[in-house]
Write a protein that binds this ligand. Sequence first.
Ligand code: AMP
Ligand code: MG
Length: 446
Amino acid sequence: MASHSHREGHQQSHDHEHGHSHAEEDMLSVEEAFQRIMASFSPLEAEEVSLLDCLGQVLAENIRSPLDLPPLSNSAMDGYAVLSADIQGASPESPRNLEVIGLVAAGQGSNQTVVSGAAIRIMTGAPIPAGADAVVPFEETDEVERRQAGRPLDQVAIYSSLPVGVNVRPAGEDVRRGQQVLDAGTPVRPSEIGVMASLGLTSTRVIRRPVVSILATGDELVASGRPLEEGKIFDSNSFSVAGSVVACGGIPRILGIARDNLEDLNNKLTEAAGSDLIVTSAGVSKGDYDIVKDVLTERGDMNFWSVRMRPAKPLAFGHLREDGGRSVPLLGLPGNPVSTMVAFEMFARPAIRIMLGKRILARPMVEGVLTAPIYNADGRRVYARVEVTRKDGMYYANPVGPQGSNILTSMSRANGLAICPDDLPSQGAGEQVQIIMLDWNEEVDV
Ligand code: AMP
Ligand code: MG
């Protein structure tokens, strides 16, 4: 029962290869929908952000080191800085006695020089005194015995024969001055924040986070916290989408609930001005009030698709004109709560990642053994909610129970989506399936 605006939407998609005579032909594969949507996105501009705030963003500049790291050669152990030549052949049976001429702690400079027959007490991280070329750890000296016996500490017996360089961390061992330490395009993890801090930086240029406006539509919706009248349901989509936006690095802007009427919807869409993406939910499936489609069609260049997937078949994508000639991409997700989340996962999340400058768009996938069948009734790729477990080095995909697109708790029980391909009627228990891992870190290209 395609509406007038629904058909118009299709005609606006210029590269549509099929005719409009048959509903099945109007279906897009997940890949086609993905490519058409992603073609509209590119990385956003850079901004200067303090080190503590850039976690998860992507570096927009190459980072070169202004200094050697470590700046000075320093000790890797608490012990005695010595001349290696002085202690050749030393052992517990045949120790070498040295005169202790000083002490150097971390954070101090050292103006003393170690000469033959002498040693300087040195702490981890303290600069190696001139002349010294090895550090003997306390454990390989008579340090403890001497202290316990109350003997003076101006002498030390060395028990081991160490070659030049042992326990000495040379200047520039980690980073040389002028070296490019981090490349533009690198996602910032805690280790990158640490590296930048070690170079003395307090802020860095990263690609800014996209602002994502979120709009729920439907006369039946009530904002949580308000009384629930007969026939109404709480709006969960605004929240699951906002959570998903935060989780993938965007900034959510919740616009609230638009009623299924022209005025309300138009007003709410106007509030999305200035955002980088608008994500709506509901109002795009065939049985709907046509109002969402009508408004979107009127205000922009919109396509209304059926995607060959379950859940989340209906999908709208296009650009909404704003005052001043700017236009904002708009992704219209289906309304059923699981469909909303799965469609976000497949289409909104990668778009947000492109805007963030990420190179890896997809979640990691693993192959696992299905423990109960999943069915594909109508030639659409099935994304079944599964709990993934691991036993004896194998992954298992355990379907979490009823898979209706309204059963939101099934998303909560799942940590993966197991795929039944478009062209297979089912995947049986014991069969190997591909699983999208919803909770895994995607920065690693697996
Ligand atoms: P629709 O696409 O408008 O036909 O909505 C499909 C289903 O999703 C209906 O059962 C709606 O009540 C439900 N739904 C739509 N929006 C939301 C929302 N924001 N939160 C929870 N359920 C919703
Ligand atoms: Mg509705």
